[in-house]
Write a protein that binds this ligand. Structure first.
Ligand code: ATP
Length: 320
């Protein structure tokens, strides 16, 4: 499979000047935001890029888009050098930042899209096909004439994703695409991204703090911390390395002693008729649910995923 993103020994050091002491002397310190990262993403792969705050994710993505020049190492995206061929690369990639919009605040979505079309010189027929598809699959039909500032966060995010795709990019960078969205909007965005990857073979690099995004979209996950690659592989492997746990929350008909005798699970909390059972995140929830349902009067249940921070914390603890 040919590589769409190739990164070798990538580095970025920021020099930060700060004033210290009574005489206000200036001192320069270094932040090694990206410290020798190597990875390669084949065309059509969806990869999660995760790590704690300040790990170096955004700095990597900025170098991949050409916004920042690397301090060292080698970098190619769609066969181009991002820093040197930034304008050419812009036609081949799409970028969505969950916490910022690339749309024009006072314009209706429809006008923002027309500007995107002109910026990227998208042929009229191609633009129409892409827009129609995004409008249908992202449920934008009733929103096209609404100014961006009047859209809800979920509506705006769907609008932003459409804007990033109107020029048929080969690579899509998504930075927290489901942050702050309700469950329905999250499901819609994830479904759309899955279809996009299946139908168009778009390569996706996804940064998120929501483990469900990774589970539902990514065949591979890369974990970065202090600018270094800590893990690169399948999500299941990450759970095994970290021995992280999922939680089954069950509502019983009445208050009962802590549930016991469920293979592979242990009760970690009880509160009236509600009980919490922890089980390995790499295991299926089905046998745990079946064992509880067979012996206890079950009213309702849900499964809670560990968040990324706790998976990473468990991963470090497992290595220590
Ligand atoms: N322009 C800059 N000047 C100085 N330091 C910077 C600059 N940009 C980022 N940094 C520092 O580099 C490190 C990596 O930051 P980066 O934004 O890449 O992390 P991140 O993984 O995206 O974090 P988050 O999840 O919080 O967005 C941090 O210590 C940050 O303070």
């Amino acid at each position: 499979m040919d590589a769409c993103i190739e990164v070798e020994g990538l580095e970025k050091v920021f020099r930060v000047r700060r004033r210290t002491g009574r005489r206000l002397r200036r001192e320069t310190s270094e932040v090694r935001a990206v410290d020798g990262i190597t990875f390669s993403v084949p065309r059509g792969q969806v990869v999660g890029y995760i790590g704690p705050n300040g790990a170096g994710k955004s700095t990597t993505i900025k170098m991949l888009t050409g916004i920042l020049t690397p301090g060292g190492g080698r970098l190619r995206v769609a066969g181009l050098d991002p820093a040197r061929e930034r304008t050419r690369l812009a036609r081949r990639i799409g970028v969505v930042f969950g916490q910022r919009t690339t749309l024009w605040w006072d314009l209706p979505l429809r006008d923002s899209y027309a500007l995107v079309r002109r910026m990227y010189r998208v042929p009229a027929d191609r633009f129409r096909v892409n827009l129609d598809r995004c409008v249908e699959l992202l449920g934008l039909a009733d929103l096209l004439d609404v100014p961006v500032r009047q859209l809800s966060l979920g509506q705006r995010m769907r609008g932003d994703i459409a804007a990033a795709l109107l020029h048929d990019p080969e690579v899509l960078y998504l930075d927290e695409p489901t942050i702050g969205l309700d469950v329905v909007s999250k499901a819609r965005v994830r479904g759309f991204l899955r279809d996009l990857n299946a139908e168009r073979g778009t390569t996706v690099l996804l940064t998120t703090h929501d483990l469900t995004d990774i589970e539902q979209l990514c065949e591979r996950v890369m974990v970065i911390d202090h600018g270094r690659m800590m893990y690169d592989g399948a999500l299941g492997g990450l759970h095994e390395v970290g021995e992280s746990e999922r939680t089954l929350v069950v509502d019983l008909e009445r208050e009962l002693p802590p549930i016991s005798g469920v293979p592979g699970a242990r009760t970690v909390r009880t509160e009236g008729p509600r009980q919490w059972l922890a089980f390995p995140a790499s295991a299926s929830a089905a046998p745990v649910v079946a064992a509880v349902a067979a012996h206890y009067p079950l009213v309702d249940l849900s499964v809670r995923e560990p968040d990324i921070e706790s998976v990473i914390a468990a991963m470090y603890a497992g290595r220590a």
